[in-house]
Design a protein around this ligand. Sequence first.
Ligand SMILES: [Zn+2]
Ligand SMILES: [Zn+2]
Length: 278
Amino acid sequence: MAEHLASIFGTEKDRVNCPFYFKIGACRHGDRCSRLHNRPTISPTLLLSNMYHRPDMITPGVDSQGQPIDPRKIQEHFEDFYEDLFEELSKFGEIESLNVCDNLADHMIGNVYLQFKEEDQAAAALQALQGRFYSGRPIIADFSPVTDFREATCRQYEENSCNRGGYCNFMHVKMIGRDLRRKLFGRYKRFNSRRSRSRSRSLSPRKREHRDRERDYKRRSGDRHDRYERDGGGRKRRESPRGRSRSPVRDGSEERRARIEQWNREKEEKEQNQPRED
Ligand SMILES: [Zn+2]
Ligand SMILES: [Zn+2]
């Protein structure tokens, strides 16, 4: 019996635990769901709910005045956000993945999933995010049960064939360009397989297990990072096939520094306004 329950945990057959919350970390029924949402008390993954506000919030591709927006502008806006967040949160540890949803339903729009290498890094980041604001809105962060994004993402979306569109209940992960991906994730040298192989002898058992899982996954389905890398070359995508691969270099952008400063200022102001314990 226990074995049976374990085998159906978080699947459609499980009448107790919500499969959507379990796999995707978000369910359209929210707190009114008839099945259980088991919130983890610790996880390497954080969910920052509804954090990314796209410039075409009301209708995709169109601004609030009804004017079409250049897809390159939309992508640039997104990549600025992505880079801000990455730089700010990589202070807490190695970022394993940073996924932002392109979905439109309320429970998923603008959701950011941030997976660290280690749980304690996620815990430190979560603590630091408490009471912080981004672009004038409070950041709502929590641990997420999602650790395997293959289970959470929509395969059809990646193949450009999801007919549920923005209201799909699986993650539609927004892509970043090859240059930005290399700039941000390249620092971890994960792409250099030869070097990481020679270093891997000194890995802890837990890391070794993780690496083996990762390798196994790569064998089965091709590395996700490699798939992103291929975006620039040849494969046609729905939006802005040219813009994606040509993200302009925004090293040391004044504007971005200003935004991060504002971000920190808001935090300081908030702290100053809070009553002290002593
Ligand atoms: Zn649910
Ligand atoms: Zn889909």
